[in-house]
Design a binder for this molecule. Structure first.
Ligand code: GDG
Length: 474
């Protein structure tokens, strides 16, 4: 059996299964941000990746893909419903995003979450070599660090939390709040997007478990009476900016951006929203503000178009089905009221696009709308900035997105304040080129100076301190 010195554990494997016309199955890499971030480390370190292959009841043996050893964890249709759609996406997701939607607390979901986390921990323990480093990703696997430490005390364990960690007053709703904190504290390093998330976590640990915290260190007692220190700290995630710059420089992508503008009737201004169709992203708020600006005549459909890409997401979860209905009703109303034969108010696309098309959209857009009500980081904001090699365009950025901590020269908005949002949208369409350039250059400096490779390197360096301590016994 293959053993690896470095193991990534995530809900999903970095591949999708495809079936061609002749019915032959194959694997295709799914190049998400995490895959890009970890690629250099995986290649260097003889890495393994433990995760679900994306389809229920698919029992597959471990296999090699693009230099990485992939270890599939089987989930039954029931596991997917209870652990993934239920506890992960209908309990933890809304609770951790400040209860924008009502979290549902169901004991059968929790039982499935424990069961499935155990399976991930066991698969990871089986593939990790002696003294290996294991990096667990995200909110679907919060119990894995502790389970893994119990199975394999020799391992160095990291955990990164991609979504927000809520304030104690909200977190304390969770019926299993102690178990989740203890689960996370099995890790040596617990990484968060924002300083505020790490602070919220430390406060919950103090209040619930009465453990001591000092700066980023948390003293965690073990059953044998000894203690160890776990580090809970912000490691803001980023993007592979150079790949966006490369795409933005390509002639075919630039030509496509012009073609997009033309196909929309060459409006003076294009607003753009790119989001998974999720209630945390504030799509309804942005539509409301835009609709009111058209109604009041502050904007005219002859001059502006809003392009909204809402990529399909979690389509079996009730809150998402309802959200889609609401958004599509609103879009239909606004378009019905304002469209002309030649111009559309909103070009709404419930589809996913290749990255080339995304960058062409970024280049075509004068104003990027990031109106999240709560968001761990929001990579789209950084991708827009990286793509604007011409130093033009305006980023409207919600202060509730993690990206707001770094991107100080964006036009900041509070998406709950519809009046303020409308004023900010007007300010953006009227912003002189000089001011756009000044702001965009400062934003680009921020995004380019801290890439996703820096993110993974900094996290793994923090983890290496624990690894070295174990090796030397100090
Ligand atoms: C979670 C946290 C945190 C979207 N539609 C298409 C497409 N995308 C890409 C975007 C971006 C990614 O998906 C979405 O990342 P975000 O960060 O914006 O949001 P979440 O999906 O909610 O991600 C978030 C992140 O994890 C990382 O830690 O920042 O806060 O919620 O890269 O470009 N890509 C393509 N076609 C689409 O239609 N190619």
């Amino acid at each position: 059996m293959v053993k690896a010195e470095f193991v990534v554990v995530a809900n999903r494997l970095p591949v999708d299964r495809t079936v061609d016309e002749d019915g032959a199955a194959a694997w295709r890499g799914s190049p998400g941000g995490l895959v890009t971030a970890l690629e250099p480390v995986m290649k260097k370190a003889d890495g393994a990746w433990v995760g679900w292959a994306g389809q229920p009841d698919m029992d597959i043996e471990p296999f090699e893909f693009d230099g990485t050893h992939l270890v599939p964890v089987t989930l039954s249709a029931e596991d997917v419903e209870l652990y993934y759609e239920g506890f992960s996406n209908d309990t933890i997701w809304p609770l951790y995003h400040d209860v924008i939607a009502e979290p549902r607390y169901r004991r059968v979901w929790w039982d499935a979450y424990v069961r499935v986390n155990k399976r991930f921990a066991e698969a990871s323990a089986a593939v990790a070599s002696e003294n290996a480093t294991v990096w667990v990703q995200d909110y679907q696997l919060q119990l894995v660090p502790k389970m893994l430490r119990e199975l394999r005390p020799d391992l160095t364990i990291g955990y990164f939390h991609h979504i927000p960690f809520p304030a104690y007053g909200l977190y304390s709703q969770l019926p299993w709040r102690r178990q989740v904190l203890e689960g996370l504290l099995g890790a040596d390093v617990i990484g968060f997007q924002r300083v505020a998330d790490a602070g919220n976590f430390a406060r919950s640990v103090r209040r619930q478990l009465r453990y001591q915290t000092k700066a980023s260190g948390i003293t965690v007692p073990a059953e044998d009476g000894t203690t160890r220190i776990a580090l809970a700290k912000a490691f803001p995630i980023s993007i592979d900016a150079s790949s966006y710059i490369e795409l933005a420089q390509r002639d075919d992508v630039k030509a496509r951006a012009l073609e997009i503008r033309e196909s929309l009737g060459n409006p003076k201004q294009i607003f753009l929203g790119v989001d998974r169709l999720d209630y945390t992203k504030g799509i309804r708020h942005r539509l409301k503000a835009y609709g009111e600006l058209l109604t009041e005549g502050r904007l005219s459909v002859e001059d502006v178009t809003l392009v909204q890409v809402a990529s399909p997401s979690r389509e079996r979860v009730a809150a998402y089905i309802q959200l889609r209905d609401e958004i599509e009703l609103t879009v239909g109303r606004i378009n019905g009221d304002f469209d002309t034969m030649d111009h559309t108010a909103i070009r709404y696309l419930h589809q996913a696009y290749p990255r080339e098309e995304m960058v062409a959209l970024f280049l075509a857009a004068d104003v990027m709308l990031v109106t999240a009500l709560r968001d761990g980081m929001n990579l789209v904001a950084k991708e827009y900035v990286a793509s604007r090699i011409d130093n033009r365009g305006v980023l409207l950025l919600s202060e509730f997105a993690g990206a707001a901590d770094e991107l100080g020269t964006a036009v900041r908005i509070n998406p709950h304040d519809i009046g303020g949002l409308k004023d900010a949208m007007m300010r953006a369409v009227e912003m002189p080129a000089g001011e756009q350039g000044r702001r965009m250059r400062a934003l680009r400096r921020k995004v380019l100076e801290h890439s996703v490779e820096d993110w993974s390197r900094e996290f793994l360096e923090a983890l290496a301190v624990f690894h070295n301590k174990r090796e030397t016994g100090k």
